[in-house]
Design a protein around this ligand. Sequence first.
Ligand code: XMP
Ligand code: MG
Length: 185
Amino acid sequence: MHASDIRTDLTTVLVTEEQIHEKLAELGKQIDADYAGKELLLVGVLKGAVMVMADLSRHLSHNVEIDWMAVSSYGTSTKSSGVVQIRKDLDTDMAGRHVLIVEDIIDSGLTLSWLLDNFASRGAASIEVCALLRKPAAAKVEIDCKYVGFDIPNDFVVGYGLDYAERYRNLRDVAVLAPHVYTGE
Ligand code: XMP
Ligand code: MG
């Protein structure tokens, strides 16, 4: 296996670190206002949402609870299989809770749609979604996402938590992955 070279692995930077933090501050204000006087449970979807959760939650003045769920639908390919598996369930009972799902990206929407169905039977007082990124052109199902950071084109992106084969998560910006990385050409 060749060591990958970050300069040739990425094509364009789509969203910069500064843009991300500005947007998360804005969304944080909105979320604070919307949940005023309510207790909020943030549910992060591992592993991609780790950075969004860390930064968004620190923009909230709310004293929130944070829990994590791990699901998989991807493997190392760049397309959603639509077959979702729970790898780690929540530790928290969401009955009667106001739940905000924190996601890195809505691509086909299949994962979130499955997750929302799964959560529907757990008796939450409310369930909303916050996603940093969304690819409108890739949608296979409509997701009612109340808080969206950026709509982006239908390219495979990495950085700020998003990976290809577990790499690039530590990039500070969100960038388009050069197709040669995943086609092997
Ligand atoms: P879907 O298609 O079900 O996406 O909405 C579910 C999960 O797949 C990951 N995903 C990506 N990861 N670059 C990535 O690094 C992408 O462009 C991308 N699109 C989807 C992500 O974890 C998402 O929650
Ligand atoms: Mg994810």
